[in-house]
Design a protein around this ligand. Structure first.
Ligand SMILES: *Cc1c(COP(=O)(O)O)cnc(C)c1O
Length: 446
């Protein structure tokens, strides 16, 4: 068989005693690569940073993924965040089935959209008005457009290692997928676009202060993941978000929280509820679609009313507010509103983190663990991780070995060091015990 990757790690992986049969995945990946760039429809799925073959998934239920070769995995990727209730959650699937019978798209308004907007505003009161779109990328892109329209400024300030979707001017120093592939910036992005994007290290208030002093009057907005999730989980330093709030107010710039991951993940009100900071605009995605494609952006009425048809900032979408996607999102939010779910997620996630920490220590492997609620990362690093520069000092080769050891034992982690692991309400204590046991074996083998 032809080797698909030429990195030494991969050879070691192929050479290691793989007990798991993955012949169908391997065969399909060969064909996929003839038809789809890299064989995947989103780059991080391709296992490039860990080597080996991506698993082709046949179905998923609860905390488990089942691949085409019949292998079962406890899933900590959860479609990169959305599946907080676990896969194929009965209330969500039931609602989708019912909705599908009533037609899949109308191109006219529905009661469902009003209902979802109401649920979102109740959870996240800073989102006084909300626009639904079809992806996080689209939501961020649109939020930035309205921020620019509102302030009549072009500049934006973002943070190294934060990912905000793949729109042109946000592909500067943009987190996991880019880091993993080693593309500092994307080809195909005109320099004229990227020149409006300024970047600062995450958690580095001084650099933000300096940039705002020099450029503040040209900065439409500061956009930030209030809990960074796309360089691995990096929580904000205690004074970071308050400083961003203050600096944007001083400069008449807007503060945008990209809560595509943290929204409904760390708390029903997202990171802004957790940290008590009110942004001008918020972007949501992932969980609010319940596993179907949705994004949302919203904020102060005076800003949001600039959007067409009320105002001159254009934004539209054929499938925006799609009834199936909105139904899945609504069903998910209704389940989550029961507070007990977050308490439960917190306890289970703490147990996983604690177990992994103990096993690493027992094996003498240094790791730095970060966790906010049910999003967590173990960096294979010895020094504190506070931003992208410190995150990238992690031993990614070791992560790759750990990843494959876990995968072999039926635990599906993100195929990159620079990603969050997520728990769902479907992860049982048995799943957690099995995961910790697998980690013991994996750490020992390193
Ligand atoms: C996933 C993600 C996006 C992009 O969302 P898509 O639905 O993949 O376009 C934007 N921002 C953050 C923080 C994300 O994690």
């Amino acid at each position: 068989m032809r080797s698909l990757f030429l990195d030494p790690l991969n050879f070691r992986m192929i050479g290691c005693p793989a007990v798991m049969k993955i012949t169908r995945s391997i065969k399909l990946f060969e064909e996929a690569q003839q038809l789809i760039p890299g064989g995947v429809n989103s780059p991080v799925r391709a296992f490039r940073s860990v080597g080996g073959h991506p698993r082709f998934i046949h179905r998923a239920k609860g905390s488990k993924l089942y691949d085409l070769d019949g292998n079962t995995y406890i899933d900590y990727v959860l479609s990169w965040g959305p599946m907080i209730l676990g896969h194929a959650s009965p209330p969500v699937i039931g609602a989708i089935k019912k909705a599908a019978g009533r037609g899949t798209s109308y191109g006219a308004p529905t009661e469902l959209e009003v209902d979802l907007a109401r649920h979102i505003r109740t959870a996240v009161p800073s989102m006084e008005k909300i626009r639904l779109v079809s992806s996080g990328t689209e939501a961020v892109m649109s939020a930035i457009r309205v921020a620019r329209g509102f302030t009549k400024r072009d500049g934006i300030l973002k943070f190294e290692g934060c990912y905000h979707g793949h729109s042109d001017y946000l592909l500067a120093k943009a987190g996991s997928g880019m880091m993993t592939l080693g593309i500092p910036d994307s080809l195909g992005v005109p320099a004229d676009f990227a020149k409006h994007t300024f970047t600062a290290p995450y958690n580095d208030i001084r650099t933000v202060q300096r940039l705002m002093r020099e450029r503040g009057k040209h900065i439409a907005c500061i956009i930030v993941e209030p809990i960074a999730g796309n360089m691995g989980v990096v929580p904000p330093a205690h004074d970071f978000l308050p400083a961003l709030r203050q600096l944007t107010l001083e400069n008449d710039s807007l503060l945008i929280f990209d809560e595509v991951i943290s929204g409904f993940r760390v708390d029903y009100g997202g990171a802004q509820a957790l940290y008590g900071i009110t942004p001008d605009l918020t972007v949501l995605g992932k969980i609010i679609g319940g596993g179907l494609p949705v994004g949302a952006y919203g904020g102060r009425t005076e800003i949001m009313d600039l959007i067409a048809p009320t105002g001159p900032v254009y934004q539209a979408g054929t499938l925006s507010g799609n009834p199936l996607a909105v139904t899945a999102g609504l069903a998910t939010l209704k389940q989550l509103r029961a507070k007990q779910l977050y308490k439960n997620l917190e306890e289970r996630s703490a147990a996983v983190a604690e177990g992994i920490g103990k096993e690493a220590q027992r094996a003498g492997i240094p790791i730095i663990q970060h966790r906010v609620g049910s999003m967590l990362t173990a960096f294979f690093a010895s020094d504190p991780v506070v931003d992208w520069n410190s995150a990238k000092r992690s031993d990614t080769k070791r992560y790759g070995q750990f990843f494959h050891q876990m995968l072999e034992q039926g635990v599906y982690l993100a195929p990159s060091q620079f990603e969050a692991a997520f728990l769902s309400t479907a992860h049982s204590s048995t799943d957690i015990e099995r995961t910790i046991k697998a980690a013991r074996v994996a750490f020992k083998s390193l």
